[in-house]
Design a protein around this ligand. Sequence first.
Ligand SMILES: [Zn+2]
Length: 466
Amino acid sequence: MTTMNGVPFRQMMVSTSKRSIKCPNPMVPKKITVHETDNMTTAENEVKYMIGNDSSTSYHTAIDETEVIQALPYNRNGWHSGDGKNGYGNRNTIGVEICRNYDRNRQTRNLIEPLKSQYNKAKENAVKVIAQLCVDHNIVANSSNIKRHYDWNRKNCPSKMIADKLWNAFLNDIIAEYNRLVGKKATSSSKPANNTSKDNSSSSNSSTKSKWTKIEGKWTGQSLFEGQYGPPVEDMQTMLANNTPPFYPEKGAKNNGVDNYFGGQTKDAVIRFQTYYGLKVDGIPGKEVYGKLKENKSDSSSESGSSSKSSSPSFKVNSKVTLSKSAKKYATGQTIPSSVKGKSYTIQQIKTDRVLLKEIVSWVYKKDVVGTSSSSSKSKTSTSNSSSNSSESGKHGKLKIVNVNSAAIVMDKPDRNNAKSIGTIKKGATLPLNGSVRGKNSDNGYWEVEYKGGLGYITGNFGQKS
Ligand SMILES: [Zn+2]
């Protein structure tokens, strides 16, 4: 049985066909919003109802006295805060419903046994789950990050906690539990102190840790298990740590816990990764986890001109291309005069099958131009615009990615709270820079860069003109 900080955990995820209604927007959770259901039903029934109906109202998890059930991926928003389409609560917080809080028969929140115990247990489970959610999503548990639904739109929710003045105690319990988890993370070790200590099991607590199985080779998606050590485990840990956002085995430890041992903290990182991306949550990294990590990685390196695709050059605004001598017609239908063929032009705009050439102000088919950065050796442009590092300059030089763990997110608009991610770019890599813009929700504004044939935005702190 999978648990979340000791609370039995399972998923009943909203169907992908309903995601456009229930959780349409990508999200990086920044806070938690606490709700109560105002009824006496179970988490299971509550979730069944939510994922079964066609109203947009949604939340991420429901908790009762026996379990926590996740219904939405944590990297997508839910509609639970009542603060509007672009409200902070709706777009940046994980919605948690606590069940078993209103006795409809007696029409009261003054619960009597056994309902009272049921509610108290659900609340206890919520403390454990919310503290764990904070740890998992790098949210510091405090009063500004753990919010009531009430805080967003003054709705009387969580209503029992408000009526009985339970909120402060509840919040304190979460903070205490969070501190316990974080402290525990820092001191406990998921591996033996060193390789030779396997037999001198001074590690008091865990008996399973004394048996480590060595494995060899590379990690290519085969299932890995707790208790193994060797290069495939290190590959897996490294990929988790390099993901955006990172899933470190032990944040802050030496090498962030990437140590080639698959112990409890690595398993925890795998579970967090699986939960975050809505994969099957079993703590066993296999094909699915590997595939997702690869997919994320290729996202982040796609701006580097995917060297594997040797056949079609990658087209970028401002890069030079040569119009093929065999080209016959413009994309707009007219015949191309031979005088313009075989020459080099600058790409001004890009569409699915065509590019706009600046010097002749004409759309031509992509198949009729040869990228100067491709393997073709007949390109005549003198400037070295090797595509491998996106190193050609934009209007204002280049932007270098700095101050990030592994990669920065490139957004579709200069507003980190509402933008969509259009990809990631690795720390140290550069992009052609167009300028800087004020935007919204960033004290240091945003860099405007050329990205994937269009414009992208990077948070001010994460770039440096180079
Ligand atoms: Zn609510």
